[in-house]
Design a protein around this ligand. Structure first.
Ligand SMILES: C[S@@+](CC[C@H](N)C(=O)[O-])C[C@H]1O[C@@H](n2cnc3c(N)ncnc32)[C@H](O)[C@@H]1O
Length: 204
């Protein structure tokens, strides 16, 4: 509990004393409130993805991954493929990852719309590369009706998804080509891979 308090996940509060004895209790903080079911910006689905053994097992293979030149990340070392490749073969995993990313998309969009609206205000068009099933895209496209928003992801991910007046879903492989737009957005995608690869190159 002390670690969680230190990390700001819980706070310590003084409780009314009993028999003149000082007492302390734990209370929720804005961070832990995000795990409450009744919170509209609840990110429990994202935590459930991280706690899935499929996602936890790669932590056991960090040293194997570091010694292996070819694997991009420990997930690939453990499962032989990337998470999104495994997910398209496993409907349960696919649904849980999508729900997790959707909860993150809602939270991040709400923070951006509250504090960093300027990012999108000046733009005519944006392509969200690796945008997944588009929860973040929908929030932003709805808030900026004059912004043309392209949610770009692998064909099997965006297949059958319906856009709106200013939101389109485009399938493709970013290593081949990406649709043209004034700005390119990467959310929870390139930074993750870049961090891991940088980490690996620093350690090896
Ligand atoms: C970690 S998810 C991030 C999803 C979304 N940006 C978000 O934050 O909710 C990474 C996404 O990248 C997509 N992706 C992986 N390789 C890709 C490629 N070569 N071209 C386009 N999208 C790709 C995956 O299908 C997945 O939806």
């Amino acid at each position: 509990m002390r670690i969680l308090v230190h990390d700001g996940f819980f706070s310590i509060q003084s409780l009314p004393s009993v028999d003149r004895e000082e007492r302390e209790g734990y209370s929720l903080t804005p961070a832990s409130r995000l795990l409450l079911k009744e919170e509209s910006l609840n990110i429990t689905p994202l935590f459930l993805v991280f706690l899935d053994p499929i996602m936890l097992d790669p932590w056991q293979n960090m040293s194997k991954w570091l010694r292996n030149e070819n694997d991009i990340n420990p997930f690939q070392t453990t499962h032989g493929k990337m998470a999104y490749e495994l997910a398209v073969e496993d409907p349960k995993l696919y649904q849980s990852i999508n729900e997790g990313m959707a909860s993150d998309g809602r939270l991040v969009a709400s923070v951006i719309l509250k504090h960093c609206k300027g990012i999108f205000e000046e733009l005519d068009s944006v392509v969200d590369v690796g945008g997944g099933t588009g929860t973040f895209a929908m929030c932003i496209a709805e808030a900026f009706p004059n912004l043309s928003y392209i949610n770009f992801d692998l064909p099997q991910v965006v297949k059958g998804l319906e856009g709106s007046k200013n939101l389109s879903f485009v399938g493709g492989d970013m290593f081949e080509t990406i649709p043209k737009a004034q700005a390119v957005l990467f959310k929870v995608f390139i930074p993750y891979y870049t961090c891991l690869l940088t980490l690996k190159s620093l350690i090896i």
